[in-house]
Design a protein around this ligand. Structure first.
Ligand code: NDP
Length: 335
């Protein structure tokens, strides 16, 4: 690929998220086009390519990566495959947008970041919450100083897993199933984004409900310490169909509250409460994945950076895995 030609994308994984969201966001960008898909299953690959009107489909990763029509890949397979696919893509000189969690171990994530660095390709992680207008508004309020010193926060990622979403997330331990690598990893990325800092400690408790076999944790609460005497509690569960999601950030002079803000859909409300009263912030909702793609293109063109790069993905993974370790050992993990 040279200069300002279109970035042609290959999808690694005939996934739900690629079909529901990312293909549209990629194709919407004037510099991008999705041209191909790789699935292990011939029928899934050909059906997918037909439905999305792609030029081609592949049933081996090698074949997709050897396709001269493909400049960048979007990896949205199950989590345990991200490492091998990202490293192979980097070696083939393809730019990479990888789904979260970046992988299922810190060593995997480090190897992916190193492979991209060595190959000189962009590696981005799809931590989309950073790109929601609601979270950007919350961060702006925190940064403005209006809330005073931030002392505590709460993230309620209280959802359920309708239909096909439960398939591997609740049943297959080899994929890194469970809420920690699905939801907590988003929380920790969001906290790093809000506070521009890494946590200094975490402790956690987790439960397995009757719905989850193999001891997979589908209900986890973690408590995080951030620099500056700030404690954050994260409640992540697949067991709550009607609770709604929420973020609350509390400071010595005020609070900012986000309601229904932890989704893929552009939605939710943000309210600020201070001595002056309560006001709802005007939010112009955007599809977060459009911004992910826009920032990715800027990074490929050398005029910006991804909204969350490989190191952001690695850090979120590292801290989420520490929450698992805290949960399993009953100890507080200090970083
Ligand atoms: P899917 O379960 O839809 O797809 C994952 C893989 O499973 C596919 O690559 C496909 O592989 C295989 N597959 C797809 N459909 C079927 C089926 N009916 N039967 C058997 N296998 C199937 O995954 P998701 O889209 O839910 O998630 C994919 C990744 O994206 C994960 O890493 C997840 O964490 C992440 N994600 C991120 C979100 C975000 O907002 N950032 C939101 C949702 C997911 P193949 O075709 O090769 O067999």
């Amino acid at each position: 690929m040279t200069g300002q030609e279109k970035i042609r994308w290959g999808l690694i994984g005939a996934s739900n998220i690629a079909k529901q969201w990312l293909t549209a966001s990629i194709n919407k960008h004037p510099d991008c086009e999705v041209v191909s898909v790789y699935s292990r299953d011939e029928k899934r690959a050909s059906d997918y390519a037909r439905d999305l009107e792609l030029h081609s489909h592949h049933t081996s990763l090698e074949s997709l990566l050897a396709d001269p029509e493909v400049d960048a890949v979007y990896i949205s397979t199950t989590n345990e495959k991200h490492r091998e696919e990202a490293i192979a893509a980097a070696r083939a000189g393809k730019h990479i947008l990888c789904e979260k969690p970046l992988s299922i171990s810190t060593e995997d994530g480090e190897a992916m970041v190193e492979a991209a660095r060595k190959a000189g390709v962009v590696l981005a992680t799809n931590h989309h919450l950073r790109n929601m207008a609601t979270h950007r508004a919350i961060k702006d309020v925190i940064r403005s100083g209006e809330l005073g010193e931030i002392t505590s926060a709460r993230i309620g990622f209280t959802v359920d897993l309708p239909g096909d979403l439960a398939r591997w997330r609740l049943n297959d331990p080899s994929t890194g199933a469970g809420v920690v690598l699905d939801l907590t990893v988003h929380d920790v990325d969001l906290m790093r984004y809000y506070f521009d800092a890494d946590p200094v400690a975490v402790t956690a408790m987790g439960l397995t409900s009757g719905a989850a076999p193999h001891g997979i944790k589908d209900n986890v609460t973690s408590v995080w310490e951030f620099p500056g005497h700030l404690l954050v509690i994260c409640q992540d569960t697949f067991l709550v169909p009607f609770g709604g999601t929420a973020v609350e950030i509390h400071g010595t002079k005020g609070s900012v509250l986000g309601a229904d803000v932890l989704w893929q859909k552009p939605q939710g409300r943000v309210t600020v409460r201070t001595q002056s009263g309560t006001r709802e912030l005007p939010v112009e909702h955007v599809i977060p994945y459009d911004q992910t793609i826009g920032d990715f293109v800027d990074a490929v063109r050398g005029r910006g950076r991804p909204s969350a790069d490989g190191v952001d993905g690695l850090q979120a993974l590292r801290f989420a895995l520490a929450a698992t370790q805290a949960m399993e050992t009953g100890r507080t993990i200090h970083f």
